[in-house]
Design a protein around this ligand. Sequence first.
Ligand code: DP6
Length: 323
Amino acid sequence: MKATAKAPANIAFIKYWGKRNAKLRLPMNSSISMNLTEIFTITSVEFDVKLKEDLVRIDGKVVSDKEKERVVKHIERIRRLAKVNLKAKVESRNNFPKGTGLASSASGFAALTLAASKAAKLNLTEKQLSILARIGSGSACRSIPSGFVEWRAGNTNESSYARSLHSPDYWSICDVIAIVGRKSKKVGSTEGHALVESSPFFKTRLSGMKKKVDEIKTAMKEKNFSKFGEILEEEAINMHSVMMTSKPALYYWTPETLKIMLKVIEWRGQGLESYFTIDAGPNVHIICREQNVDKIKARLVRFVGIKQVIINYPAEGARIVKF
Ligand code: DP6
């Protein structure tokens, strides 16, 4: 009983930061994202009668007890659903560094959910997969459907899942990622979410969320890139303001992060239109139209001294793959 799945990472334009239910990972607000072509996870799960215990390897290494526990808990959920009681071997590979804010938990739990449920012979719908992936890691529910995605917050396990708003070929926009940090972050997003209510600005953030989600969806529908960019950039700053004012404060930016943010604004002033967004890490995602990718890449290398740049197009959601 074995299956292998590939799932993309995703970049959120409207962010998930704060949970109303930590156990079920029900978010405080809806979020909007795009799946990414160049950063993904491939995971194989095999249920095998010969195994005495669950085995988990990520990027060729046996994982820490804490990481293993989170993966095994997820496998447990799938075993319960499928009424399978065999132990599992999980082998997972990311094509990007883990724990740098490049959403390894999103692609990781989306791939794990699909591979494990197929290996256990469950035939789940996209909605059911998204719900299950969400319980593993919130943002993972957005890596199940294709292209441009909305995760409706909902208020129960059954009503909180992601669905596709537009297919990958709907809009030729790109996410140019400037990699500035490779070290694992000190405070992971799961711990970070728990601090939101300690920020005096969180209530204000939440009160504007519904309007913001509606506005960005309209901008996407109209393919109004300038409006879309304005909203997503403001949203990134809004979320980081909450992070930086929570207790303890969370600073995910490094001096390089800020340098790139300022450059993006400067380039925009010169007519090269792009907008930045940043997750729980120092790397900067520059959102631009496809025709500007080369110019942005050249400037990043020349003006900011960035060594690695990853160019992403809108991607399909999680898929079963054959080896
Ligand atoms: C800043 O999905 O990693 O990237 O549900 O605890 O696993 P858990 O959190 P996670 O949080 C992602 C936070 C974010 C914003 C986003 O992707 O929406």
